[in-house]
Design a protein around this ligand. Structure first.
Ligand code: HEM
Ligand SMILES: *[C@@H]1O[C@H](CO)[C@@H](O)[C@H](O)[C@H]1NC(C)=O
Ligand SMILES: *[C@@H]1O[C@H](CO)[C@@H](O)[C@H](O)[C@H]1NC(C)=O
Ligand SMILES: *[C@@H]1O[C@H](CO)[C@@H](O)[C@H](O)[C@H]1NC(C)=O
Length: 318
């Protein structure tokens, strides 16, 4: 066997072994550290008392993290030697909530240093906050490890609000997520805010096919006078801070804020239309699907076993 063939064989075996080991578990910390969940809950509950939007901020960080090189907390890294942070990359993330993640990390390090990864904190905090916002629990899988690299250029994998449905769908299938996952996960837009900049192209009177309810359009135009690109608007006009299925009912009524969300319902012939209708008519259906899709998203391209590290500080590699 030639040298390169041997190397390839070793790599193949390593890949197979890696894949077999890349398994998360809901009880990863349970035997040694039964209180991880309650420590995380304590910190995020306090944070939520001060900022009702914290759940929206953190679940969005988790989503963006997972879409760039997998759920490895790469998004949390600040600029440093050899680290080009993802935080300020295009498409501009406008992500927030990092201070609360640091507070959770500090609380965990005080009790069990070097055990709980920053990537797992994002997954756990997302679930806890969705439940606090009125959503349904799911069994969070744990055991992720943190990256030692960031991938600023890789942030192009994150979907943008002006892309068409075909491109958005492709970005999800690239991650192993199907159209049910796309519609379910977009349901996270039942909470949180968007800046005018994220949808202002829809407010242009010459837009030939805006799919916006005229009254809603007027409200948005008032909220977004020219020169105010960062004004904030509720993603869910009906129940802005409640995790429920009203986002999908909004779409049925042409009251989706982002073009990409409205497209899920307004694209004639798309298989997403029936899924929106199903979630709009049955909240339990949405909740079940959301939990399943969050587990799938949380499984993207993991570092497990001895890969990566457990960061001591989420902003820096050890
Ligand atoms: C389907 C493709 C998606 C697109 C195009 C998209 C786009 C956006 C945009 C443009 C904003 C507003 C950002 C701003 O103006 O500052 C936003 C906010 C948000 N997104 Fe998405 N998103 C998508 C999927 C998701 C997914 C899968 C999740 C989570 C599972 C998510 C969770 C959120 C949350 C919670 C907010 C509000 C954040 C806050 O209040 O700070 N999004 N999204
Ligand atoms: C874990 O939680 C239990 C009950 O909430 C508490 O009695 C115990 O002291 C906690 N242990 C640690 C190590 O924090
Ligand atoms: C993009 O990110 C930078 C750095 O966080 C921020 O200063 C800037 O305001 C952001 N731009 C938009 C349009 O959100
Ligand atoms: C869709 O993706 C293609 C290929 O990356 C790109 O050329 C095109 O501009 C995108 N369209 C939209 C509307 O984002």
């Amino acid at each position: 066997m030639g040298e390169s063939a041997t190397i390839r064989l070793v790599l193949l075996i390593a890949l197979m072994f890696g894949a077999a080991c890349a398994q998360l578990s809901p009880t990863f910390y349970a035997t040694s550290r039964p209180n991880v969940t309650s420590i995380v809950r304590g910190v995020v509950q306090q944070a939520r008392n001060k900022d009702i939007r914290i759940g929206a901020k953190i679940i969005r960080v988790h989503f963006h993290d997972c879409f760039v090189d997998g759920c490895d907390a790469s998004l949390l890294l600040d600029y440093a030697d050899r680290i080009v942070s993802e935080k300020n990359a295009r498409p501009n993330l406008s992500t927030d909530g990092y201070a609360v993640i640091d507070d959770v990390k500090t609380a965990l390090e005080n009790v069990c240093p070097g055990v709980v990864s920053c990537a797992d904190i994002l997954a756990l905090a997302s679930e806890i906050l969705v439940v606090l916002d009125g959503g349904q629990s799911w069994q969070v899988q744990l055991g992720r490890r943190d990256s030692r690299t960031a991938n600023s250029a890789g942030t192009t994998a994150i979907p943008g609000p002006t892309e068409n449905l075909a491109n958005i769908t492709r970005k999800f299938t690239d991650q192993g997520l199907d159209t049910t996952d796309l519609v379910a996960l977009s349901g996270a837009h039942t909470i949180g805010r968007a800046q005018c900049d994220s949808f202002s192209q829809r407010l242009d009177a010459t837009n030939p096919n805006p799919n916006i309810d005229p009254t809603f359009l007027q409200t948005l135009q008032q909220n977004c006078p020219s020169g105010s690109p960062t004004n904030l608007n509720d993603l869910d006009v009906k129940t802005p801070d409640e995790f429920d299925n009203s986002h999908f009912i909004n779409l049925q009524n042409n009251r989706g804020l982002l073009k990409t969300d409205q497209d899920l319902f307004s694209t004639f012939g798309s298989d997403t239309v029936a899924i929106v209708n199903r979630f709009a008519s049955c909240q339990t259906n949405f909740f079940d699907a959301f939990g399943e899709s969050m587990i799938k998203m949380g499984n993207i391209n993991l570092l497990t076993g001895s890969k990566g590290e457990i960061r001591i500080n989420c902003k820096r590699i050890n």
